[in-house]
Each structure stands twice: as C-alpha cells, then as structure tokens.
Design a protein around this ligand. Structure first.
Ligand code: SF4
Ligand code: SF4
Length: 132
C-alpha cells in the first residue's frame, strides 16, 4: 500500500495551519462573486481582507484544521480553501525549499522536510605546490 504521507507530507503535519494567519481577499469568501470559502468560517481583517477564524490570535489554529498536528490532520474545507492555503507549498514541493514551511514545522517541534546539504568540506591545509 502506498504511504500517502510520503506523497504529501502535509497529511501528517498541519503546522502552518496553526502558525500563520491565513488571510485573503474578501471575494474568496463571497458566494456572489464566486468565492468558495464559507464566509461564516472567516472574520474581517481589513476593508479588503478576511482571515480564517482561529488564525488571528496569538496562538493560532484554523477552525478548519482537524486532527493532531504532527500526527494526522486534514482541512475540513479542503476543496474550498482559499488561494492562500492552496498556494502554500510544502518545503521540497516541485524541488523548491519553503522557509515558511520549515519555520511552522520547527515551531511545532517537527524537523524540516529537506535535510540541509552539508557545507563543502574545507581542506585541512592548502594543497602542496606542484613541481613545474
Ligand atoms: S508546514 Fe509545510 S508540511 Fe506542514 S502542513 Fe504546512 S506546508 Fe505542509
Ligand atoms: S483553511 Fe484548511 S488549509 Fe487553510 S489554514 Fe485552515 S485548515 Fe489550513
């Protein structure tokens, strides 16, 4: 059986949903303009932005995050989530690091998804000059 967490590490993480404020343009939570995010799960942030409820506090956790961080999680509005959530890549997705993913994971005691490359080894002493 395929280990889905190996394909998508977010399934066993969820740290970013309980670390950052998830804010986006208000129309994404407005049915009249084609928005998909349920408006009752958002709160106003500025005249133009709303945020997922639960993500604007000092100890954020999105109201839609289900499960235990670092174990097994899912987003209860996954197909309807905002562009902010959809466009947040996990570190290593498409071969690109994401420092913000690393930062959220670290805050929850989770290791970075990409092991940093070791620094190039410095020679102990300069190579001896070659004979001409
Ligand atoms: S912190 Fe990274 S690995 Fe964890 S859920 Fe967010 S994007 Fe996925
Ligand atoms: S809507 Fe879903 S993906 Fe976005 S912050 Fe909340 S739980 Fe995470």
């Amino acid at each position: 059986m395929t280990d889905v967490s190996a394909l998508n590490p977010c399934i066993t993480c969820g740290a970013c949903c309980a670390f950052f404020r998830a804010s986006f343009y208000w129309t994404e939570a407005d049915e009249q303009t084609g928005g998909t995010v349920p408006a009752h799960l958002t709160e106003p942030l500025t005249p133009h932005l709303v945020a997922m409820k639960g993500t604007t506090t000092a100890a954020p956790r999105c109201v839609c995050l289900q499960g235990a961080i670092g174990e097994q999680v899912h987003c209860s509005i996954y197909p309807q989530r905002s562009s902010t959530c959809r466009e947040f890549p996990y570190s290593g997705e498409n071969g690109q690091p994401n420092e913000r993913c690393d930062k959220a994971r670290a805050a929850w005691g989770l290791p970075p998804l990409i092991t940093p490359s070791p620094s190039p080894v410095e020679p102990d002493s300069p190579a001896p000059p070659r004979a001409a």
